[in-house]
Design a protein around this ligand. Structure first.
Ligand SMILES: [Zn+2]
Length: 160
């Protein structure tokens, strides 16, 4: 696997050339999106004058976390229409596509990944454990409270 995806425009076949390989993965500091392997690319690179045009397919494997049920699952993110063009500098014919490729993969990541279309979400079968403390309330009879206001009116006046 390469660290960078670099195309040397000066060595390209004038008729265009297929460029395939694998470049080091998108390194995301993200808990719910973990890439593994590299970005696989199948590209067609062609030079028009001093304009380099690159088009093709990218894919990257990820371990994602399902937004419905919270489980990890593996999925492959595809970019079918990767397109990039740039002017090739006269003093340097090497064009670094690494960041363009990574950016395209990140943009293709699902906002709400789902492990399966039919994922039912978090299981609702969880039983709430019975709390024995509530049993004590069952024995209480409500409505037998006595008012204690009678006693409060007995005040003595002191004659000093
Ligand atoms: Zn799920």
């Amino acid at each position: 696997m390469e660290e960078k995806l670099i195309i040397d425009a000066s060595r390209l076949d004038p008729e265009g050339e297929d460029v395939t390989g694998e470049v080091a993965a998108v390194d995301l500091d993200e808990e719910f999106v973990k890439p593994f392997g590299g970005v696989r690319y199948r590209l067609r690179a062609q030079l028009f004058g001093n304009e380099l045009l690159v088009r093709g397919h990218l894919e990257q494997d990820f371990t994602l976390v399902c937004s419905r049920c919270g489980r990890d699952f593996d999925d492959t993110v595809h970019v079918d229409d990767f397109t990039m063009s740039c002017t090739v500098a006269e003093n340097s014919s090497e064009v670094d596509l690494t960041e363009d490729v990574r950016e395209s993969i990140i943009l293709a990541l699902p906002s709400y990944p789902v492990c399966a279309e039919a994922c039912p979400g978090i299981s609702q079968k969880v039983e709430i454990p019975r709390d024995d403390r509530w049993n004590a309330l069952d024995g209480l009879s409500v409505g037998e409270k006595k008012t204690k206001e009678e006693r409060s009116s007995k005040e003595k006046r002191k004659n000093g």
